[in-house]
Design a protein around this ligand. Structure first.
Ligand code: TA6
Length: 300
């Protein structure tokens, strides 16, 4: 199905094909369609078909876990500022627009599942004339979000071309925090990172807990698969990644935020981005090969 066909997935069609007690389809911000997952235990998540962007994950006992900018722009041309924008096929600046095109394309729903304890939805993006004009490769990218007591994201990228496929992938996750000044990240201590603010020179932060008191933009290569976010040194989020070697730690702080029209001037104080991905060493797939990776997010 091409993105044109994806547009034929009206909310009515989506409800008929994939709707159910835990899976519903609604019209959201900017008139864009989204899917709402809601378990019988009171957990919920919302995923816009635009960019397959998960914009909300609510845990019954502790509420919203992700940051979504009040000034986020919901339109076909713009990536959502917050939630979990998907980075593919390029991370950061390069021959394509920053972070690639996947987060700005219409994905289509291909599957939904639900049982008493978990519900999930899978969305898919394939190459079409538009993507091939930007990036001359054939591919199928599928993302499945599963909601139970935790949130799981599984991605597959298939090389459906007759040539090798080279790309980067990342989940650009905005974690909601009460105050960045009281937030720290555990699991990156003593590891080398490339500093995007210093021409990607390599540094090491020996502190047991990485805290943020200025703009931070670091790519930790070969980071551990378990990374934790703490608030007031109390665990608030456990991130587990699989088949993604790298982790990015980012916060724009005050000055950089001023230049971001979709972010209120003080909003930087209410999120930290910890992004799991395959960045430093791009993935290379031969024809017919498939890249699979996953991320699991859990509150204590
Ligand atoms: O993940 C960190 C980063 O690459 C930063 O350099 C900053 O550009 C951020 O992503 C947000 O990028 P965006 O294109 O969404 O504004």
């Amino acid at each position: 199905m091409t993105s044109k066909q994806a547009c034929s997935q009206t909310i009515e069609v989506l409800e008929q094909q994939f709707g159910g007690r835990e899976v519903s389809f609604l019209q959201g911000r900017g008139g864009l369609p989204y899917v709402r997952l809601a378990t019988s235990k009171g957990h919920s998540a919302e995923i816009y078909l635009h960019g397959a962007t998960l914009t909300s994950w609510c845990v019954e006992s502790s509420g919203e876990q992700l940051f979504l900018s009040d000034s986020a722009i919901f339109s076909a041309e713009k990536a959502v500022r917050g939630g979990i924008p998907l980075v593919f096929p390029q991370f950061g600046p390069g021959t394509l627009a920053s972070h690639g095109f996947a987060r700005n394309r219409p994905w289509h729903v291909v599957e939904s599942k639900s049982n008493s304890s978990e519900c999930s939805v899978a969305l898919q993006l394939e190459d079409d004339e538009g993507t091939r004009a930007l990036w001359p490769n054939r591919f199928v990218c599928r993302i499945r979000y599963s909601l139970s007591t935790k949130l799981q994201a599984e991605v597959t990228v298939s090389n459906t071309d007759r040539q090798a496929l080279q790309f980067q992938w990342a989940f650009h996750t905005y974690f909601k925090v009460a105050d960045i000044a009281a937030t720290s990240v555990r699991g990156l201590s003593g590891l080398p990172y490339l500093d995007n603010l210093k021409s990607k020179q390599s540094f090491v932060d020996q502190r047991a807990l990485a805290t943020i008191s200025e703009e931070v933009d670091r790519i930790y290569c070969d980071a551990p698969d378990i990374i934790e976010v703490l608030e007031h040194e109390i665990l608030s989020m456990t991130i587990e990644k699989n088949q993604m070697p790298d982790a990015v730690l980012w916060n724009p702080w005050a000055e950089k935020s001023k230049g971001m029209s979709d972010l209120a001037p003080d909003a930087y104080r209410r999120f930290v981005c910890v992004e799991c991905g395959a960045i430093a060493k791009p993935i290379v797939l031969n024809p017919g090969e498939v890249f699979s990776a996953s991320m699991s997010l859990a509150t204590p």
